[in-house]
Design a protein. Structure first.
Length: 319
């Protein structure tokens, strides 16, 4: 733990140096000719950025030509490319998040590449009216019109951060997620801490809750698989609803990509069936909505007929 804290301080110093150079205009940011909205965080992931991006894109695409830009993390791409989910092994080529985003946003262009600013510039070739950047808060090379920062209520600002919490002053708004999995006093303290650092956010701190909806009997024990950055809240949510979680297994990004390329590559233990948690399209009004996240659950099989009728589930992420 002490070693991690040392690395965190080094990371903060490098981040401070980078931000100083950009703030003093010693390094120039790339400015696009259209509005750029970033969804990001201060921590190292697992707060709900990707489902938030999907919700925002669905909202904005009713009035704008929206393009989503994401980084091709652990993917095969060497240059920026428009995501085509019909391509063979698309998740492996473009990245699993880019693949999922495009799957849920057929009406939007999704671009993936190793460098966000270069990818955004390439995306401008098709003249979008709005660019949404996934995990763009720390990427200062691309100038943004608005930064939305997400904070996980179950972690707060006490977890390991990729840059100092003081940098939240750059945010245009903050969304505290998973508030139903934390006590109300904790949420209040997080908000007070945010406002102490950035009073300008007085009317721009929002909260959301998360709920995994499974259409299965709560008496059936669950064997969980997840590739989420912070899957503990996934498990906590199900347990709080009364489900019996007998085992939870995480898998890495590479396995996550194989999951989306074909369910047949997974093998359920004897007597269990897979139930996919699908990305649910939110029914929303501006400023209110539901976002969702993917994963899988193994449900113990009662009999063959029950298994044949086994429905899928949704994970909702709502105001």
């Amino acid at each position: 733990m002490k070693m991690l804290k040392i690395f965190e301080k080094i990371y903060h110093f490098l981040s401070f140096s980078k931000n100083y150079l950009y703030d003093k205009k010693l390094i120039q940011s790339v400015r696009l000719q259209v509005p750029v909205v970033s969804v990001g965080n201060l921590s190292f992931g697992g707060v709900g950025k990707t489902p938030c991006i999907i919700m925002l894109a669905q909202e904005f695409s009713t009035t704008h030509k929206v393009c989503v830009v994401t980084r091709s993390y652990k993917a095969e791409l060497k240059l920026a490319h428009k995501v085509d989910i019909t391509t063979k092994d698309a998740a492996q080529k473009f990245g699993d998040e880019a693949f999922l985003i495009k799957t849920k946003l057929p009406q939007c262009e999704v671009w993936s590449g190793p460098n966000k600013s270069e990818t955004a510039q390439q995306a401008m070739l098709n003249r979008p009216g709005l660019v949404l950047v996934d995990d763009g808060f720390s990427h200062r090379k691309l100038e943004r019109s608005f930064d939305l920062v997400l904070i996980d209520a179950t972690q707060g600002l006490e977890t390991y951060l990729r840059e100092s919490e003081k940098n939240i002053t750059r945010a245009g708004a903050v969304l505290i997620t998973k508030t139903n999995l934390a006590n109300s006093a904790t949420v209040v303290k997080i908000k007070e801490r945010i406002l102490k650092m950035s009073p300008k956010l007085k009317d721009s701190v929002y909260t959301s809750t998360v709920k995994t909806v499974l259409k299965v009997d709560k008496q059936q024990p669950l064997f969980l698989f997840s590739g989420l950055a912070r899957s503990e809240s996934f498990v906590m949510d199900l347990k709080n609803q009364g489900y019996s979680v007998i085992h939870h297994e995480k898998f890495d990004t590479t396995t996550h990509q194989r999951h989306h390329r074909g369910k047949s590559q997974r093998r359920a233990p004897e007597g269990f069936d897979f139930v996919d948690l699908r990305w649910n399209r939110p029914r929303t009004r501006p400023g209110r909505g539901r976002k969702s996240r993917g994963g899988s659950v193994l449900v113990q099989r009662a009999n063959a007929d029950d298994a044949a009728r086994m429905p899928s589930g949704d994970r909702h992420f709502a105001n």
